[in-house]
Design a protein around this ligand. Structure first.
Ligand code: GAR
Length: 220
């Protein structure tokens, strides 16, 4: 008799909006050799389209509505309780537009990934596409990083660059950045589930060695 295969690492995705990154992860997770399982999708917005995408894929959903909680601490405590119940190996923030408390981040240290639409450490925070255009930069992109207490400041695992074109608007730039997000995030989640990346003291360990700089997705 064959032994049961080892259970796959479990993933919870948190998303506040459209969920195009969630969709990219769902699509990747359907590949036969994908080394993880998305067990639930959570949102702070009951009407987030991401929840519909999850339901379509028969993935369990949950909502912790931030408008129903008086403080950030109370919201995070509820979210933390949901996540503790699910006990995932990995929590993927995919357009989850809430700043998390230090307690929350510490509770899940090394298990929290985020996608940010800029070449970090440049342009932390919001409206990155507009700010890149205002600054006249010729290069923009996306970063996937471990979440630490510092907002958008955790060690960066991988980046993809996106050239800024002369006639770009925030929308056209956002669209090309998102195309790269959809390629890069599943790759990084795969690495995590395969045990290839870990959060070190202050850096990313890739196959056991500290990354001197973020991995770069080759331009396609
Ligand atoms: C993504 O472009 C992601 O980079 C950004 O939100 C978008 C969500 O899109 N995240 C942040 O700005 C985090 N600070 P999606 O809902 O279609 O995946």
């Amino acid at each position: 008799m064959k032994a049961d295969p080892a259970p796959l690492p479990t993933i919870v995705v948190l998303a506040s909006g459209t969920g195009s990154n969630l969709q990219a992860l769902i699509d990747a997770s359907r590949e036969r050799d994908f080394p993880g399982e998305i067990i639930a999708v959570g949102s702070n917005r009951p009407k987030a389209f991401a929840l519909e995408r999850a339901a379509q894929a028969h993935i369990k959903t949950f909502v912790v509505d931030h408008t129903q909680h008086g403080s950030r601490e109370e919201f995070d405590a509820h979210l933390m309780a949901e996540l503790r119940r699910l006990d995932p190996d990995l929590i993927v923030l995919a357009g989850f537009m809430r700043i998390l408390t230090e307690d929350f981040v510490r509770a899940f240290r090394g298990k929290l990934l985020n996608v940010h639409p800029s070449l970090l450490p440049a342009y932390t925070g919001l409206n990155t596409h507009q700010r890149v255009l205002d600054a006249g930069d010729s290069l923009h992109g996306v970063s996937i990083h471990f979440v630490t207490e510092e907002l958008d400041g955790g060690p960066v695992i991988a980046q993809a660059e996106v050239p800024v074109l002369a006639d770009d608007t925030p929308d056209t730039l956002a669209e090309r950045v998102q195309q790269q997000e959809h390629l890069l995030y599943p790759i990084v989640v795969r690495w995590f589930c395969e045990g290839r990346i870990r959060l070190g003291a202050q850096d990313v360990l890739f196959d056991g060695a500290a990354l001197a700089e973020p991995m770069k997705l080759a331009a396609n």
